[in-house]
Design a protein around this ligand. Structure first.
Ligand SMILES: NC(=O)c1ccc[n+]([C@@H]2O[C@H](COP(=O)([O-])OP(=O)(O)OC[C@H]3O[C@@H](n4cnc5c(N)ncnc54)[C@H](OP(=O)(O)O)[C@@H]3O)[C@@H](O)[C@H]2O)c1
Length: 289
């Protein structure tokens, strides 16, 4: 299948659904005796089914997720793939960013990243030097585009003012339950400033993929879709919003791909926004500080 894309006014184009790697290989450290065969199979199946956009980070399994992804993608035509990685908040000084990016590329066995993101803000390090490093990496061709994660409006404005390149994307925790980016104006700011919002944890570890919420079950019947597909489509049907899922299950992969080739009616998007019964302001994981 062809996963639809969205485009910014500056021409930057991205598919509405990417594939994450958090938990592939471990959490913050590599899991002992980790068997990556299931991950390799799912990543390769993703490509077979038309998914070419992958997301990882130096922080995931202490770099091992990048190795797994690199191993899985080896041999595929690089130009067809879209690969994102992220620099950790502890590595935001100029030299550390450059070094971290080169290490990520080595683990991925690649010459460049399509998108490089600040994984989360670090108020201890002046963002001026971080953005200067991002600009230099772009100039050298090691990264094609720049973005951030978990930035509020004020930080987004500040980061943009320190780079000569456009910040094309802000990755945030956003789904039917977690509404912080909506409530704090991040979604609106990105929509008005031609920036993509990439919603991470879109099915909240699978809990949004379960039946039992009446409003979702009814929309599922209307669109002939599963609850997980409703949760994902609610995101990508909104202006400038895209998402990414992670699965090590072929069944879930196929289900998630079934979320992208249709559009939810506006009145249903707003109905879910207003009436979804469990909503939290703050994410309990990475707050937009
Ligand atoms: N920038 C950031 O700060 C940040 C933070 C978190 C995540 N991310 C990125 O965003 C990606 C997605 O986030 P996430 O992994 O936390 O997302 P998620 O929405 O929680 O999805 C992943 C979990 O949900 C399960 N799942 C996936 N599809 C399912 C389905 N259709 N039905 C039932 N269960 C399903 C997966 O289990 P199975 O493997 O068993 O399918 C996995 O445990 C990450 O992998 C990572 O690349 C970025």
């Amino acid at each position: 299948m062809n996963i639809p894309t969205k485009k910014l006014n500056n021409g930057f184009e991205i598919s509405v659904l990417g594939f994450g790697t958090w938990l592939m290989g471990g959490r913050m450290e590599k899991e002992n005796n980790y068997d990556d065969s299931r991950d390799l199979e799912v990543i390769q199946k993703t490509i077979e089914l038309g998914g070419y956009r992958f997301d990882t980070a130096e922080m995931y399994a202490d770099g091992y997720s990048e190795e797994v992804l690199g191993k899985a993608l080896k041999g595929y035509e690089r130009e067809k793939l879209f690969v994102t990685s992220k620099v950790s908040p502890t590595n935001l000084k100029y030299d550390d960013v450059i070094f971290a990016c080169k290490k990520s590329l080595a683990r991925l066995q690649m010459d460049y990243l399509d998108l490089y993101l600040i994984h989360m803000p670090n108020p201890e390090i002046d963002i001026t030097e971080t953005m200067r490093a991002f600009d230099d990496l772009k100039e050298k061709g090691l990264i094609k585009n720049i973005g951030v994660c978990n930035f509020n409006v004020e930080r987004l404005r500040e980061a943009q003012s320190k780079t000569k390149n456009k910040i094309v994307l802000n990755q945030v925790h956003y789904n039917l339950i977690f509404r912080e980016p909506e409530l704090r104006g991040v979604i609106e700011y990105c929509q008005n400033n031609d920036i993509f919002i990439e919603a991470w944890r879109p099915v909240q570890y699978g809990s949004l993929a379960k039946k039992g919420i009446t409003i979702v079950d009814e929309l599922g019947k209307k669109y002939h879709k599963t609850p997980g597909q409703i949760a994902l489509n609610w995101l990508i049907s909104q202006k400038n919003v895209i998402t990414l899922t992670k699965t090590s299950s072929l069944k879930h992969l196929e289900e998630n791909l079934g979320a992208v080739d249709w559009i939810m009616e506006n009145e249903d998007i707003e109905l879910l926004r207003k009436d979804y019964p469990i909503q939290f302001d703050k994410s309990n994981t990475v707050p937009l500080n």
